[in-house]
Design a protein around this ligand. Structure first.
Ligand SMILES: Cc1ncc(COP(=O)(O)O)c(C=O)c1O
Length: 390
């Protein structure tokens, strides 16, 4: 049938810009040439053994294949325990709900907070799902520009009054994928004040709270006074616990938002698979020294990659956090995509063009810290030999 009607919403979704990169990658692999993939955001570290054991044992029990319908009380207690231990934040059980990953939660929460035509504020550059959250709810997207010279922080005072009046929520996330910076504590104090004054909900995506290089530990948005009055935090187990495929994260904070979001999701899903809930409990209540060891490894990779690139003539700043590095492309290339294609052609190294994260990402690339230090050294050698930075 050629006359199928598709919604404006789905027609608004831009296909990924990875097609051209993928084609070139396949070509190289077919020719037996090496590929170094620094474009993916999936950790190469395994989950902790006690987490996999909990999942395996739960999978052996046929009772665990039924609809779970709700979060186990032990799961909510595990989040309470983790938030208190890790962030010093006390949560009530009605301030916590599980989701199938922050990505899924972001996709649906717009329907709870916006009517079609309302406005949401998202960063440019920013993680692509942020704007999708509004698009899926039929909302209008306003971008707040974040630039290197301002530490990639929003200019809250510079957002026009007219935009503030129609804005329902603002998405904020530090350390931020893709720009890899953290926000100072005083920023969150100003943000909460701004949200209260303008009646704007804050959605804080805290996916990288355990991968920070400048300070030992990241904080929770909820650890700032008044945060629960104005918003919620997305707390993902994907990166801290290497559970990306298990699909479990949490929305925590303002209980009215949690309650309405639960209501919406009761129409969408029948609860998280029990073995995944049990693995999450094991993760959040079990030993957590591997998280610090892992952070050290990401930090060592960060130093090896950024320092190595600087030593061969590409002036890349150290990442402050996340599992990525954000770099301005060298002179002599038309665009970040042009640089990515030439880099792949000449060296087999795949990085993500900054333009995938919004117009303000043009001129930059993102590299994932998903290979070990030995491989990073090999990559630096290959790049140096190619002469691409000379
Ligand atoms: C900023 C950010 N938020 C959320 C996610 C997805 O998290 P989850 O696996 O919980 O959906 C990612 C994954 O790369 C991310 O970079």
């Amino acid at each position: 049938m050629s006359d199928i009607h598709f919604s404006r919403m789905v027609n608004n979704i831009q296909p990924g810009i990875f097609g051209a990169l993928n084609e070139k990658k396949e070509e190289r692999l077919k020719n037996g040439e090496k590929v170094y993939n620094l474009s993916v955001g999936t950790p190469d570290f395994p989950p902790a053994p006690h987490v996999m054991k909990a999942m395996q044992e739960a999978c052996a029990d046929p009772e665990n294949y039924k609809y779970s319908l709700a979060d186990l009380p032990e799961l909510l207690q595990a989040v309470q325990y983790r938030y208190e231990k890790r962030f010093g934040v006390q949560l009530e059980t009605d301030e916590i709900m599980s989701v199938y990953g922050s990505q899924e939660a972001m996709a649906h929460i717009g329907m709870v907070l916006c009517d079609p035509g309302d406005t949401i504020l998202v960063p440019n550059p920013g993680y692509p799902m942020f704007e999708m959250s509004g698009i899926m709810a039929g909302a209008r997207i306003e971008y707040y520009t974040i630039r290197e010279e301002n530490g990639y922080l929003p200019d809250l005072e510079g957002i026009p009054e007219e935009v503030l009046k129609r804005t329902r929520y603002m998405i904020v996330s530090y350390p931020l994928n893709p720009v890899c910076v953290c926000a100072p504590d005083e920023f969150y104090v100003r943000l909460i004040d701004f949200a209260r004054k303008n009646h704007i909900v804050i959605l804080h995506d805290n996916a990288y709270s355990d991968i920070i290089f400048t300070r030992k530990q990241g904080r929770s948005f909820l650890s700032f006074e008044g945060a629960k009055d104005v918003g919620v935090e997305f707390y993902s187990l994907s990166k801290s616990y290497n559970l990306t495929g298990a699909r479990i994260s949490f929305v925590v904070g303002n209980k009215e938002i949690v309650s309405k979001f639960r209501l919406l999701r009761s129409q969408i899903d029948y609860g998280i698979f029990y073995p995944v809930q049990l693995a999450a409990i094991a993760a959040m209540t079990g030993p957590d020294d591997f998280i610090e060891a892992q952070r050290e490894q990401y930090a060592a990779r960060n130093r090896a990659l950024c320092g190595g690139l600087r030593s061969i003539g590409w002036n890349v700043p150290d990442s402050q956090g996340t599992m990525f590095v954000w770099a301005k492309i060298p002179d002599g290339f038309d665009s970040s995509m042009d640089f990515c294609l030439k880099l792949m052609e000449k060296t087999g190294v795949i990085v993500t063009p900054g333009s995938a994260f919004g117009s303000e990402g043009e001129g930059y690339v993102r590299m994932a810290l998903v290979v070990d230090e030995d491989m990073i050294k090999e990559i630096i050698g290959v790049l140096d030999e190619s002469g691409i930075f000379r």
